[in-house]
Design a binder for this molecule. Structure first.
Ligand code: SF4
Ligand code: SF4
Length: 154
């Protein structure tokens, strides 16, 4: 069964329209991210199994190339980092980079990968905002987001 978007409310409607078949179904294998799997599980009484291991919620660049952009950390620092997220792009998630291992613009953990803090430096330089590099950022407050996250907007 192909549903429009697995994490959408329409999933429940789509499953209800197949109620007869679901009654005769031993299990449902869901090929989506974990969000979609949970939506399907919450929309029927059948055993539901994930077919995939979700690594992150990201965006697609070139076809088939996905990259994570935001970890929803609850304390966004993009205003001081030229719009480049160090939580995601720096291998160590450093808020005050670069670390001592940065090497000619590459990351010490993965030499194939650009050092996020070099990219941030270059971007801030172009913006004329290098003073942001010198400002100390306090440690991340991991209590900023209580899991599971829940927001009510009136
Ligand atoms: S700092 Fe990075 S992970 Fe945190 S909210 Fe901003 S973009 Fe997302
Ligand atoms: S080399 Fe750069 S990207 Fe790699 S861990 Fe250090 S600061 Fe982060």
């Amino acid at each position: 069964m192909v549903i429009p978007t697995a994490c959408d409310d329409m999933t429940k409607e789509a499953l209800e329209s197949e109620a007869d078949r679901l009654d005769r179904t031993d299990a449902i294998l869901v090929m989506s991210c974990g969000f979609g799997v949970q939506t399907v599980a919450g929309s029927c009484d059948n055993p539901v199994y994930p077919a995939l291991d979700t690594l992150f919620i990201g965006m697609e660049g070139a076809p088939g190339h996905f990259s994570e952009k935001c970890a929803q950390c609850g304390e966004c620092v993009l205003a001081w980092t030229g719009g480049i997220c160090p939580v995601i792009c720096c291998t160590k998630g450093l808020l005050n980079g670069p670390c001592g291992g940065t090497n000619n613009g590459k990351c010490e953990v993965d030499p194939e990968k650009d050092c996020a803090w070099t990219l941030i430096y270059q971007r801030l330089e172009r913006l004329g905002k290098l003073d942001s590099m010198r400002a100390y950022r306090p440690p991340k407050n991991f209590q900023a987001v209580v899991r599971p996250g829940k927001v009510v907007v009136d």
